[in-house]
Ligand binder design. Structure first.
Ligand code: IMP
Ligand code: MG
Length: 175
């Protein structure tokens, strides 16, 4: 079995949208510093591009959670694989994620972070698949809402492949 990748969102479209979100976030936190919590590994590409567009003071930390599942479905059981290096108490925390799918990972992560008493806690995701939501999650900034298709690129993988694609593509399996 092999797979083909069909472009869903081009590199140009993504860059344009990240600029817009960057302006919106910079305006919202004006006069304050924001602490980005990037969710490994998928959120890293988006975090770097977004951080470059922010005009407010920025610090960055990383967290890795695994959602015990196979490559296309998550099971809802979430485990912290790598915790943050720094405390977030009193900070304006903005979680930066690649995609919100069922919402299970983010719902767990946001509850976990909330218990550490940040000054504020918001969520920014490059992609959202609203049709797939199982647990309600408040998303403050969304790059693109997409249909219920398995996508790769810009940090997102299919069995650890394709994270480096500079665009978002749909995986089409053919045998
Ligand atoms: P959740 O279902 O919202 O908990 O999302 C769990 C994780 O599944 C996401 O953080 C992604 O890593 C992964 N995921 C969900 N949909 C896709 C997809 O279309 N492509 C690649 N990874 C995905
Ligand atoms: Mg992810």
């Amino acid at each position: 079995m092999s797979e083909k990748i069909r472009v869903l969102i081009s590199e140009e479209e993504i860059e344009k949208r990240i600029c817009e979100i960057g302006r919106e976030i910079s305006e919202y936190y004006k006069g304050e510093a924001v602490h980005l919590v990037s969710v490994l590994k998928g959120g890293v590409f988006f975090t770097c591009e977004l951080a470059k567009r922010l005009t407010i003071p920025v610090s960055i930390d990383f967290m890795s959670v695994s959602s015990y599942g196979n490559h296309t479905k998550s099971t809802g059981v979430v485990k912290v694989v790598k915790d943050l290096d720094e405390a977030i108490e009193g900070k304006h925390v903005l979680v930066v994620e690649d995609i919100v799918d069922s919402g299970r990972t983010l719902s767990y992560l946001l509850e976990n972070l909330k218990s550490r008493k940040p000054k504020s806690l918001r969520l920014c995701t490059l992609l959202d698949k609203p049709d797939r939501r199982v647990i309600d999650v408040q998303v403050d900034y969304t790059g693109f809402a997409i249909p219920d298709k398995f996508v790769v690129g810009y940090g997102l993988d299919y069995m650890q492949k394709y994270r480096n694609l500079p665009y978002i593509g749909i995986v089409e399996l053919d045998d």
